[in-house]
Design a protein around this ligand. Structure first.
Ligand code: HEM
Length: 184
């Protein structure tokens, strides 16, 4: 069940209708993306800090918030540059971010509304600065692709752990999940 992050990236581009036009538009606003990234980081960590559970995770280790601000700024700017034109490096980086969140125990219930906050705050800036509405669309698409990477990491990590511990086949595991879902 090992996931190929490059293949996932290709699939997500297709499924999200993330086109060459989206890429060009994002890249042509890369300076703007970097310029607003620190403010987006502020808004993001303000939002996380207002939630009791997420605030506890953020403040658990010294220096964590500071480190996170820096990595968030990089992450946000990379959505505009695409790093290597949304290729293998981009996919690997997104996959790693997903794995880190799984390791820390940050659930989808935290991540999904957090990504919605990014989209909402970015949209406010886009409107305030009269940026093209297509840019909002392109940015939303890449945010959703990044979100899919984090979400997929949960499934992959938990499935791989169960298969490793039990020696079950993937087929048996999938059947047990379907049966379990039926009985809920
Ligand atoms: C939109 C969703 C999110 C994005 C884009 C995001 C982005 C990132 C990035 C880029 C990193 C650094 C990964 C690395 O070191 O390579 C990171 C780590 C981390 N994130 Fe998130 N994050 C998101 C949601 C959350 C949420 C909801 C929490 C909940 C508190 C959270 C807490 C953390 C923590 C604790 C770390 C590890 C920090 C450390 O000790 O180095 N993240 N995140």
């Amino acid at each position: 069940m090992a996931l190929d992050s490059h293949k996932l990236m290709n699939k997500m581009e297709q499924r999200s209708l993330f086109t060459a036009e989206d890429k060009t538009l994002l890249q042509s606003h890369a300076d703007w993306g970097r310029e607003i990234a620190p403010d987006m980081a502020e808004k993001f960590y303000d939002y996380l800090g207002r939630d009791e559970e997420m605030n506890a995770i953020l403040t658990e280790k010294e220096g964590r918030i500071h480190r996170l601000r820096e990595t968030f700024i990089e992450w946000f700017a990379e959505m505009f540059t695409g790093m290597d034109n949304w290729g293998g490096d981009y996919a690997d980086r997104r996959w790693r971010i997903g794995l880190i969140h799984v390791r820390i125990g940050i659930d989808p219930q935290h991540v999904v509304p957090a990504m919605a906050t990014v989209v909402r705050e970015a949209e406010k800036r886009l409107i305030a600065e009269s940026k093209p509405s297509e840019l909002k669309e392109s940015l939303s698409k890449i945010c959703m692709i990044d979100l899919a990477f984090i979400e997929q990491a949960y499934v992959e990590v938990s499935s791989a752990a169960v298969l490793r511990e039990t020696g079950w086949t993937e087929r048996l595991f999938r059947r047990l999940i379907s049966t379990g879902a039926d009985s809920m």
